[in-house]
Each structure stands twice: as C-alpha cells, then as structure tokens.
Design a binder for this molecule. Structure first.
Ligand SMILES: Nc1ncnc2c1ncn2[C@@H]1O[C@H](COP(=O)(O)OP(=O)(O)OP(=O)(O)O)[C@@H](O)[C@H]1O
Ligand SMILES: [Mg+2]
Length: 290
C-alpha cells in the first residue's frame, strides 16, 4: 500500500431516490482496509479576495464576518485560506459502502477529491490500496468530443486496453441508454445523459474504489435502479464505494455506513440508522448545534 497509488473514479451523478426501496444495502463481509485517512486537512487558497469591499461597504458586514469565521478563514492574510477539511481520520474497508452526508459546504466534495488524489492535502495522509489508476473519469471526459471517443479515452484512463474497451463498448452504451447520441459530441447531451455515460464508463472496469458525488447531475428512476444494482455488484466484488448524497433515502438504500461531515470535521461515523437519525434531527432543527 502506498500513498501515491490511487484507484479511484470520481463522478458526478445523482442517485437521489425517493423511489428506491427502503431495504438497507445487503450485507457483505468486510475485507482489509482499502482507504486510510489520517488527520487529513485540505485547504483552498483564494487569491484576490481581499480589498474588494462588498456592495460599497468599507468594512465587512456582520454576515461576511460570520461567514469568514464559520469557514475558518484568516481575514488578515493577503490570501484567504478556506479550510474545507479539518482533521478527518477514518479507515474504509473492501466491501464497504460509505455514505457521506453533511450540509452545503461541509467539505464532502473536497474530501472525495482529496481521496481521489485530485487535490493535495495541506496536512495528513491518504493511503489508497489497489491497482494504480490515477485519472478519474471526471477529469478526462471532454464535452467537445463524442461519447464514443470519451468511452475510449475514459476506458484507457481506467486501465482497460483498446481491445477491452472495444469489447465493452456496446455494454457501456446500453447501460448508459443513450443510443445513437453516443456518436454526437457530449455538449449535445442533457445533464442526465452525461451523468449516465459517466457512470457507465466509471463502472465498466469494476473499480476498486468508486466515488459518487451526486450533487450536479440527474438520473431517472429506471437508471437509479440500474445504478443501485451495479453499485451492489461492485461492493460484492469487494470494492469500496463512497456516495456523497443529500438524500437519506439513497444513503439508506445503498450504504452500510455513514460519515457525517460538519464544517470540515467528522461529526459522526457509524451505522446508517444511527447517523441518519442524528443527522435528520440536526437538519430539522435548522442545522443548529444543540
Ligand atoms: N475551488 C474552491 N476554492 C475555494 N473554496 C472552495 C472551493 N471549493 C470548495 N470551497 C469551499 O470549501 C468548503 C467545502 O466545500 P465542498 O464543495 O467540499 O462542500 P460540500 O460539502 O461538497 O457542499 P455541497 O453540499 O454544497 O456540495 C466550502 O466552504 C467551500 O466554499
Ligand atoms: Mg459537493
């Protein structure tokens, strides 16, 4: 295991699912650790954010000061540092499907990007085991190219050979359900169609670690059901899944563990029922600490 090896596919895909069955994800015996995160800190540096008074105000407003404080920024520095992930530690195992919940801006996407090796940690370590496959599909899909070209490039990025991609081409197009659109540039796709193709490519190679950040895209009910089955398959083949979701229904249907992030820190990490209940109580109280 080495901290320079990554096998992670990060995709944006909504598996939001009121229509999913309520039954929890099926149990798979847990294997060896696949991801170890040790006191991870991730910061963004925002340049040129100082000296521009908002709406003509010379002093930052009360709201701005509160936001600055809440996000852990240092208002006196020339460069604003946003501390998006602050001291996160956990161990993920093969066969585990981990939901990541938290309010907007709590650091979920940042954590995934750091696990995928797309952002370097400011401090701490991420160890990822598995076959090295550095590029996430999200990083390589190109809107100006056809779906067909993207399938080839994405497949190669995941470590498949040209022959393997060619063999799986029809299966990928079928799964994505985009028909002849595969021969058009991806900029002609709807958000849902792009998400479906991304998901189909990302899971074509049975990834060791699959990361799904649902925030941006959409998928219809039938496709959600298909993706849920595919996620289950990957997990049964002892892959590790991370699912960022605002839908507790999706998390309950697809995960056997939940990490709740709050202001860049782990607020709770445990079984789905316990964490989901606590998180629901928190959001119902308007996100206030009690
Ligand atoms: N590229 C960036 N540059 C500067 N700050 C950023 C950047 N991306 C995210 N942030 C900040 O980092 C923090 C965590 O953001 P992140 O996108 O990880 O949250 P999230 O939990 O995924 O939120 P959401 O539910 O809205 O998707 C926020 O304070 C956000 O403003
Ligand atoms: Mg996000």
């Amino acid at each position: 295991m080495s901290d320079t090896e990554f096998s992670a596919e990060e995709i944006d895909f909504e598996v939001d699912a009121e229509d999913l069955p309520d039954a929890p994800a099926s149990q798979t015996p847990l294997g060896a650790p696949s991801v170890i995160v040790d006191d991870l800190h991730v910061s963004y540096r925002v340049f040129g954010s100082r000296g521009r008074p908002a709406r003509g105000a010379a002093q930052p407003s009360r709201v701005q000061r509160l936001i600055t404080k809440a996000r852990g920024m240092d208002p006196t520095a020339g460069v604003t540092e946003v501390k998006a992930v602050r001291g996160v530690s956990f161990v993920a195992r093969h066969g585990e499907s981990i939901g990541i919940v938290g309010t907007n801006g709590s650091g979920k996407s940042t954590l995934l990007r750091a696990l995928a090796g797309l952002i370097p940690p400011a401090a701490g370590t991420v160890y990822v085991s598995g076959t090295p496959s550095l590029l996430g599909v999200n990083a390589v899909l190109m809107k100006q190219l056809t779906g067909e070209r993207n399938i080839m490039i994405g497949g190669l990025a995941l470590g498949l050979s040209v022959k393997e991609v060619t063999e799986r081409f029809d299966e990928i197009v079928d799964f994505a359900g985009i028909g002849d659109f595969v021969y058009l540039p991806m900029k002609a796709y709807s958000a849902g169609m792009s998400a479906r193709l991304r998901f189909a490519i990302s899971t074509a190679a049975t990834p060791d670690i699959l990361m799904i950040d649902e925030a941006l895209a959409t998928g219809d009910a039938a496709f959600r059901q298909k993706s849920r089955e595919r996620i289950d398959e990957i997990r049964q083949q002892a892959g590790t899944i991370f699912l960022v979701s605002h839908s507790l229904a999706s998390v309950k249907a697809m995960c056997n563990r939940v990490i709740w992030l709050d202001k860049g820190q782990i607020r709770m990490d445990g079984d789905v029922e316990t964490v989901a209940r606590a998180y629901r109580r928190f959001t119902r109280s308007g996100g206030a600490d009690d």
